[in-house]
Write a protein that binds this ligand. Structure first.
Ligand SMILES: *Cc1c(COP(=O)(O)O)cnc(C)c1O
Length: 397
């Protein structure tokens, strides 16, 4: 970190002041190091670097100044001992599984995880003799009996996507500790500005940096932050299997993090105001947003999240056909499967992100056929509300 950082910096200060040391060019903003390898001063330095006796870059598959800066920053934000950057959110999740799980191990995952995570659990891990069970988010009392002698990891997302149900991190952190099981949290929906799972007893916090961390829809990237001993195994696996983040994407993402706090404040302010507005409309039902007092887990949300997040889910009255008409009526909102962008995005989860689940599986996790998920962007809230009003009227006919 830079020598300009004050002794006990706050989140916003870390975000802008965590930088690699300045070069002899005296640049203000971090430069980009597009180099695949690094040269050694002498044979002794080369030996010491390979023996891990001194820190330093050898080859960009292992580390690079730009990825190091990004990892340094996310570790401070997540209050993590160690971290690693990967080429995508999925490679971060997959690498955490492959590095820490062995043949015969068992995983417990919260139901309604991200689509590709579901595919890894159901289609890929079984090939290596790793089994899993889904745990019911609505019924925490049922979790304890899912633990088996070979359970090695619990993997969750909170809030869940797109139903926005919460898991009590403190409760689960204690349960996993008592069972000596790794708690692995996909923290992509919240970012460390809103939620720091490691402080509640999680062992790893994983990100798709593609979403709010970049926040402008430019790059794919992943991050893992957490316990030093686990990161040691993850780093070994990543170094030799190669899911490294490109220095260019790391450079973009480190700069994105400089504005994370201000962006998340506005995403959350717009989302809360939109959620409250939707609750007043006759054509809309079942509005879900963690910081709405009507959310069944409002108190828990207030405890473990700084703000309610950038995603709101709701249904347009009139079932799936009205929902589709509503989506087709949108003009400004982007119709996309992504989230966490400066532009507001509307998604129909049942036919896109969660189409790989059966209808019954979807209903079990609160995905009604007409459910619409909105990732609320940074446009002016009046324009966001106007767009909703317009689509409601157009979808009536
Ligand atoms: C997008 C997403 C991922 C996957 O991230 P990629 O960067 O697209 O690989 C994982 N988890 C959640 C919750 C996501 O939204």
């Amino acid at each position: 970190m830079n020598s300009e950082t004050p002794p006990d910096p706050k989140f916003e200060t870390l975000a802008v002041r965590t930088q690699m040391s300045r070069s002899h060019h005296r640049e203000h903003s971090t430069p980009l190091f597009m180099t695949s390898s690094f040269v050694f001063d002498d044979a002794e330095q080369a030996r010491a670097l390979f023996a891990d006796e001194v820190p330093g870059n050898i080859y960009t598959r292992f580390s690079n100044p730009n990825t190091n800066e990004l990892v340094d920053k996310i570790c401070q934000m997540e209050k993590a001992e160690d971290g690693i950057a990967t080429a995508s959110g999925m490679s971060a999740i997959f690498t955490s599984f492959m590095a820490l799980l062995r043949q015969g191990d068992h995983v417990i995952a919260s139901r309604s995880v991200f689509g590709s995570t579901h595919q890894i659990l159901t289609q890929i891990l079984p090939r290596y003799g790793i089994s899993f069970d889904y745990a019911d988010i609505a019924n925490p009392d049922s979790w304890e009996k899912l633990f088996k002698p070979n359970t090695r990891m619990v993997f969750i997302e909170t809030p869940s996507n797109p139903a926005l149900d919460l898991i009590d991190l403190e409760w689960l952190g204690k349960l996993c500790k008592s069972k000596n099981v790794i708690l692995n949290v996909d923290n992509c929906f919240c970012t460390p500005y809103l939620q720091t799972p490691l402080e509640y007893g999680a062992d790893l916090s994983i990100h798709s940096a593609t979403k709010f961390l970049d926040g402008q829809g430019r790059t794919i990237g992943g991050l893992i932050a957490g316990r030093r001993d686990l990161l040691k195994e993850i780093r070994f696996y990543a170094r030799h299997s190669g899911p490294s983040l490109s220095p260019f994407n790391a450079w973009i993402l480190s700069k994105s993090l400089e504005t994370l706090a201000v962006r998340m404040e506005r995403h959350c302010q717009n989302a809360l105001e939109l959620a409250k507005y939707l609750e007043t409309l006759d054509d809309i039902e079942v509005v879900k947003y963690p910081f709405l007092p009507s959310h069944p887990q409002y108190k828990l949300a207030k405890k473990q999240m700084r703000l309610g997040g950038g995603v709101v889910s709701f249904q347009v009255k009139g079932g799936i056909s009205r929902g589709r008409k509503f989506l087709n009526s949108l003009e400004m909102f982007s119709h996309s499967a992504n989230l966490g962008d400066s532009r507001t995005i509307a998604t129909h989860p049942a036919s896109t992100t969660h189409s790989k689940l059966s209808e019954a599986e979807r209903l079990a996790v609160g995905i009604e056929p007409g459910l619409i998920r909105v990732s609320v962007g940074l446009e002016h809230i009046d324009d966001i509300k106007n767009e909703i009003d317009m689509a409601i009227v157009k979808s009536r006919s």
